[in-house]
Design a protein around this ligand. Structure first.
Ligand code: GLP
Length: 238
């Protein structure tokens, strides 16, 4: 499938992403939504919060799931749990996010638990994804099989390097993640990328070969993918 991204100026990124997110959720009475963390989706959650505050929309009907979590202390300020507390739970009426517990005794059982909970909920109706500089989706690092379900993953050096900006010397070496299986089985997928630093990996993911070397390239085969980019992230697409 050839992917035609929505490209917007950086200042419009949050609003554009919100429009696509709401449109993707609209057909479902109680959409199961997979939510990314990281810098990229912050403008989306901020725009969502503004829309709720303006009473333009409500989000009480969403059934949100985190797509991943760092293998660090649960309440660390750089955990995804802390991210959701800051950017999601602060929105009036936001339903609690189904999340991984990185302090559970068995990481693999914990990954399977959230995968099973998601599956009982019917799987993802809509998933919001960011992309790692090495092409990862959630914590599905290069080399991950596209059929792999939720699992505990060893983080690649590049991923730890990006995480170091927040985690510093305590950067976790592993994470919990929904698998490519759950992410790619979503009814609708939304890939977000912003900034020129993502331009190369975005081009590789959308125009390069579909391969485990770049997990995000599997999105080319997704039947209902929307890509939202700012001009920087789109700058290497011809
Ligand atoms: C992290 C997360 C991903 C996220 C990616 C990009 O490693 N596991 O879910 O999409 O990095 O993050 P950012 O948006 O901060 O560039």
């Amino acid at each position: 499938m050839s992917v035609s991204p929505v490209v917007v100026p950086a200042g419009d990124f949050g609003r554009a992403a919100l429009g696509i997110f709401l449109e993707a959720c609209a057909p479902f009475a109680a959409p199961v939504v997979g939510l990314a963390t990281g810098n990229t989706p912050i403008p989306l959650y901020q725009a969502l919060g503004e829309a709720v505050r303006a009473r333009a929309i409500g989000i009480g009907h969403l059934r949100p799931f985190a797509i991943d979590e760092y293998g660090g202390p649960r309440d660390h300020p750089c955990s995804n749990r802390a991210f959701f507390a800051r950017y999601w739970d602060s929105i009036a009426g936001a339903p609690a996010v189904g999340q991984f517990d990185p302090e559970s005794a068995s990481a693999s059982r914990e990954a399977a638990r959230l995968g099973a909970t998601l599956s009982t909920a019917g799987g993802l109706d809509v998933v919001v994804l960011g992309i790692g500089l090495n092409g990862h989706l959630a914590f599905n690092e290069p080399g991950t099989e596209r059929t792999r379900g939720a699992h505990a993953a060893t983080l690649r050096a590049e991923t730890r390097e990006s995480a170091r900006a927040c985690w510093g010397a305590g950067t976790p070496g592993w994470g919990l993640t929904l698998g490519l299986k759950e992410l790619l089985q979503s009814t609708r997928a939304i890939l977000l990328a912003s900034g020129a630093a993502k331009a190369e990996v975005v081009a590789r993911a959308l125009k390069g070969p579909v391969s485990r070397d770049c997990p995000a390239s599997f999105l080319q085969e997704h039947p209902a993918l929307t890509v939202v980019l700012d001009e920087g992230a789109a700058s290497l697409l011809t």
